[in-house]
Design a protein around this ligand. Structure first.
Ligand SMILES: [Zn+2]
Length: 216
């Protein structure tokens, strides 16, 4: 595989427990650094509810809850920036699925998405790419996990529990999120006028100069 290949595929993995998002040959784990703090938050919230309504003690307990909320939000944001910078360190181009986050939040995957602070991460990533001169583009998210990246045959819907992509047409087998990332990449490259084949033949010349302004 051409080395440039490695740098291109990014796709947030949907509601999946161990990977926050996926790149070819690099599965980043979602460390959930907040679990401990969230336990603490619950404890503090419980304390508030035990205090008498309108009492000073209740106000004090509530203030503690607010401070912790703020702390968690800050840690999360810093973590997202760190992650985004890491990606920009080794990627020339980043493609992400253009997910309809509002619809997702309503659906079954909502909790996972919100948990990982998904929308925020994508925003941070886009900002970070803009600052660092890394090409960023969102691509069509339709059927990314239902198409074989090797032969482009539609393989049908996968259950969330199916973690492996295995094509009945060409026999290509890989991690489900990696396969979806490849599809995102193929689409992203097509959108900027490159093909995976050009890439593997070393015809990939550079990052497209065209730049999208962050939609913030
Ligand atoms: Zn196939």
């Amino acid at each position: 595989m051409h080395p440039a290949f490695n740098r291109l595929f990014y796709r947030p993995a949907l509601g999946c427990s161990e990977s926050h998002f996926t790149a070819i040959s690099r599965l980043f784990s979602n460390p959930k650094p907040f679990r401990k703090l969230e336990c603490k938050l619950k404890l503090l919230q419980k304390r508030v509810s035990r205090k008498r309504l309108g009492s000073n003690n209740r106000k004090k307990a509530q203030a503690k809850v607010s401070r912790l909320h703020e702390r968690i939000a800050n840690i999360r944001k810093n973590y997202h920036w760190e992650l985004a910078h890491n990606l920009c360190d080794w990627a020339g181009m980043i493609f992400a699925e253009d997910l309809n986050l509002k619809a997702l939040a309503k659906g079954m995957l909502g909790k996972h998405c919100l948990d990982a602070g998904w929308g925020q991460f994508l925003q941070v990533l886009e900002q970070c790419c803009f600052k660092r001169g890394v090409f960023f583009r969102k691509t069509d998210a339709k059927k990314t996990s239902q198409t074989c990246p090797n032969c482009l045959t539609e393989t049908g819907k996968k259950l969330l529990s199916e973690r492996v992509h295995s094509c009945s047409h060409c026999g290509y087998t890989t991690d489900r999120d990696v396969a979806a990332a490849q599809i995102v990449c193929i689409r992203g490259l097509a959108a900027v006028g490159h093909t995976v084949k050009m890439l593997s033949e070393g015809k990939f010349i550079g990052i497209p100069t065209m730049k999208e302004s962050p939609s913030l």
